[in-house]
Design a protein around this ligand. Sequence first.
Ligand code: ADA
Length: 561
Amino acid sequence: MFGLSTRKSFTLDGIWDYRTDPDRIGFANGFANGFVSEQKVVVPSCLVLDGKMSYRGLAWFMTEFEAEGLYEFKFDGVQTSADIWVDGEVLGSHYGGWSEFRLCKDLAPGKHTLVLAIDNTPNNTDTIPLIRADWYHYGGISRSVVLSKVGKAFVRRAKLDYVLADDMKTATITPKVAVLSCLGKTADVKVLMNGEIIACGSVRADGEYHALPTVTKSVDVWSTSSPNLCNVSVLTEDDELKFRTGFRRIEARDEAIFLNGEKVYFKAVNRHDEHPDWGFSMPLGLIKSDLDTIKAMGMNAVRGAHYANNKAVLEYCDEIGLMFWEEIPVWTYTDKQLSSETVLTRAELMLEEMILRDEIHPSIVFWGVHNEVETEKESVRTSTKRLVAKVRSLDDTRLVTYASNRLFMEDTDADICHDLVDVISVNTYPCWYTTDKTKQDTYDIDEWRLTLDEIYDDRDRKFPGMPIIISEFGAGGIYGVKEREAVKWTEEYQEIYYENTLPLMLNEEKLSGFFIWQFADIRSCEDMILSRPRGFNNKGLLNENRKPKLAYYKVKEILTK
Ligand code: ADA
C-alpha cells in the first residue's frame, strides 16, 4: 500500500527555489537557466502553504540534483500548465493539473538544474477547470517529482488485461508491457504473478504497450467485502517494476449494476482530494483516515470529485474494498466552451493520462467524462461522443458515465446524451436548491418522491434498460451552527435531510445507488463566494478539519444498521 508500485527511483521532493513572475519577464530574461529566488517552497505542496494562496499567474520553481545517463522524469501533479527545462534545455511542457506525465532526458555526469515555469490562471474559454469552479484554484507542484534511470530495458508501465469466466474463479490474462531501451529495438520480459512466472517474451522497446502471450489462471476476485489483490512483477535484464492489481467484473444491464455477477447498490459519497491547509497535497495519513472513515460509515464507494486523485487514494481503495469513480475536471461547461478544440484536446489528454495511470486499480469501476455540462444541446452530444470514444479506446472494461443535472432542471430540455454512456448519473438537490423559497425549514419528503419518479419516467421513456445513480445530493450545514429549529445551514437541518432521504433511497428498487454530496467541507473559489458561506462548500458530513457534524452520525447510524 502507498507506494508499492513505485519503482527503483529517487524523488526531487524537498525545498525548492521559487519566484512569482506576474509580468512574465522570465522567458525573455533566461530564468530557464536559473533565477534569483524570492523564497523557498516545499515540493510537493500547494502555494497556500506559503501565504500566497490567492496568487494566480506565472511562477518559477527550481531545484538541483546529481545524476548521469538516460532518466525518466515523472511529474505526479503540477497546477496547471508547465514549461520545463534541465540545464536551460527544454525538457518538455504539459497541460493539466492532476495528471501524471513523464519526460525523458540523457544527462551528462554531474550536477543539473531543473526549472519549471508554472501557470495556474484559469479563464472562461479554454482552460480546465474554468474560472468558476466549486473548489479552490491552488497552484504549485502539488505532487512528487520522481526520477528513474532508464537502463538497458526500462519497464515504463505494465498491466494485466483479463476476462473473467462466468464462475468468477478463472481469468484469461494477457499481460501488457511498455518498455524503453537505450540499446536494442526489443527487450526480453518476464511477468510474475504472486511469485509465479505467468508470461515471458520479447516486446518492441518503443515505450508503448505490447502484449505477451495469454494465459489462464485461477484467481480470487476483488470485491468490497473481500478485496483480494495480487502482486505483479515485471522483469527485464536490468529492471523490475512491481505493482498490485486485482480481478473483478463490473457490468450495467437490465436497469442495474453488477459486481462479479451480483447486483450492487452504491452507498457512497463524493470526496474532494483537498484540505484548506494542504490544498491538493494531502498528507497520506489524512487520505488514509478519510477513506477509513468512509468505509466505517457503511459505505462501499467514493466518487473522486472532480479530478484524478492522488494515486494513494486508489491504492488504499483497492486495499480496503471501496469502489471508485474517477473523472476529469470538465465542470459546468457551456456548449460553446465544450466545443472548443483546445478544451476537447486537453480533456482527451487528461482522460488518457488518468486511465494510463490508474487502470490497474480494481477499485475503479466508473470513468467520468464531465460534470453538469449542457447535455441537452446537440453540440455537447458531439463532444461527449468524442470523450466517451476516447475512454473506450483505452479501456472498455469499466462503466463510462457523467454527472448530469439537466434531466430535471425546470427551464432546460432533457438530457440527450445518456445513451452514449453505460449509467445515468443524476445530480439533484431536492429540499436544498429546489425548495419553497418562502420557507426556511422546508424539508419535504414529497419533493424527493416526485423527483425520483420523474427520473424513472424519463429513463423509461428515453433510455430504457439503463441503470440510474444519484451522483450528487445533499444539504449545507455549517459546523457548530445549531438552532432549536432546523433551518437551512444548521447542523440540524442537514441531519434531518439525511434522516429522511436515506431510508427512502435505500428502498428504491429502481435505483442503483447514491453518492452523498459530500464527505468534508472544501474551500470554494472566489467566483462562488456569495453562495458559499465562509468561502466553503459546507455540504460536508464533516467540516474541513474532519470534525463530524450531526449529519455524519446520522448517515453512519442509518448505513451501518
Ligand atoms: C454541483 C457540483 C458540485 C457542487 C454541488 C453543490 O452539483 O457538481 O461540485 O458544486 O453542485 O454543492 O452545489
